[in-house]
Design a binder for this molecule. Structure first.
Ligand SMILES: NC(=O)c1ccc[n+]([C@@H]2O[C@H](COP(=O)([O-])OP(=O)(O)OC[C@H]3O[C@@H](n4cnc5c(N)ncnc54)[C@H](OP(=O)(O)O)[C@@H]3O)[C@@H](O)[C@H]2O)c1
Length: 307
């Protein structure tokens, strides 16, 4: 017999999860939204039952309860379901936040339920698609042993790659995801802002940057970050970097701190290459650590002292 699920919070992820598990012939016992009508508006699947929070007690009839509300109300929603006797010792309860752990589901554990988290490392929009949006993505799992085993089965059925995280390490995992996804956008935006100084608009700038970004990502994929690093920091090209800093300082000073902090971090990667001499590393560090003054002459002096 197939496992049965309820989804509490029918938004971007809740809808995607529900659609895919329905295709996989899991029994969808019901969907809960803030109000029955707002949830119903989102889908036309006539054989799915829509409920509002006054009916949380019905969750007890499902094997698996997914709480896919926004992060800041997960704990509160779990407590409401628990208060309405919506959990039993057979329930397995998940939330899908990347940052929060299964500890916030403690109200379900009081009823003997198993608790865990399943975080798909992907961005979901509300649009429905024929494709399985979980195929080949990674799903981070943590929780008690029953929840972990259930999550692995769900992830395998969804054709995802499950992997287990230590509960205490989850916050670092989420910070890593924010850096890789959100901060990548920040970096692209910063690059576009610099390109605007050449007279290029953002639309053309994106076209121009895309092959470079994709090539860089391919290089990271093939050989890791230290091998993939190219450019003036990897070459120890102090004069060019000094010109960047001067130009940014004069024309877009609001980007200077970010440029300098990223440069300082990039030196740490460049240092791992035997190609960069210790003299170049010292000059790079001097330049970036003193980038708010007029460093060029000081760097030149240091260069000649080190020769
Ligand atoms: N979207 C993603 O790409 C993604 C990826 C990985 C993980 N996640 C995680 O998935 C969870 C949901 O994120 P989301 O992006 O899908 O959020 P979302 O699109 O904002 O959907 C949340 C849904 O929960 C409903 N809701 C809010 N309060 C509720 C309550 N008290 N009772 C029942 N339903 C309630 C909302 O209804 P209204 O619309 O009426 O407010 C909305 O339908 C979060 O934990 C998030 O961290 C999301």
């Amino acid at each position: 017999m197939s496992l049965s699920i309820v989804v509490v919070g029918y938004g971007r992820l809740g809808a995607a999860l529900c659609t895919e598990l329905y295709r996989l012939r899991y029994t969808i016992k019901g969907i809960f939204g803030k109000s029955k009508t707002s949830t119903q508006r989102l889908t036309h699947d006539s054989d799915i039952q829509y409920h509002d929070p006054s009916q949380y007690s019905l969750c007890r009839y499902a094997d698996i309860v997914f709480i896919t509300t926004p992060d800041d109300v997960i704990q509160q929603v779990c407590e409401s379901i628990a208060r309405d006797q919506g959990f039993t010792s057979h329930s397995v309860v998940f939330h899908c936040s990347g940052a929060l752990t299964s500890e916030i589901l403690s109200s379900a554990r009081k009823y003997g339920a198993s608790t865990g988290t399943m975080h798909p490392l992907q961005s979901f929009s509300i649009q429905k698609t024929e494709q399985n949006r979980f195929k080949d993505i990674y799903i981070a799992i943590e929780g008690d042993p029953v929840a972990v085993e259930t999550a692995k089965k769900l992830a395998n059925d969804l054709q995802s790659h499950p992997f287990i995280l230590q509960t205490s390490a989850k916050i670092f995992y989420h910070a890593a995801a924010v850096v890789a996804s959100n901060y990548l956008i920040t970096l692209v935006n910063m690059s576009l802002q610099l390109l605007e100084k050449t007279g290029m608009n953002k639309h053309d700038g994106i076209s121009l940057l895309m092959p470079l970004i994709q090539g860089t990502i391919e290089n990271v994929k093939k050989s890791g970050t230290d091998q993939a690093l190219t450019g003036p920091i990897a070459r120890g090209d102090i004069d060019i970097l000094s010109k960047h800093i001067t130009a940014i300082k004069e024309d877009i000073p609001e980007l200077l701190d970010l440029y300098v902090w990223l440069g300082r971090y990039t030196i740490e990667i460049a240092k791992l290459s035997p190609k960069l001499s210790s003299n170049s590393v010292s000059c790079l560090e001097y330049l970036f650590n003193n980038s708010f003054g007029n460093n060029k002459s000081k760097i030149k002096n240091q260069k000649s002292e080190n020769l």
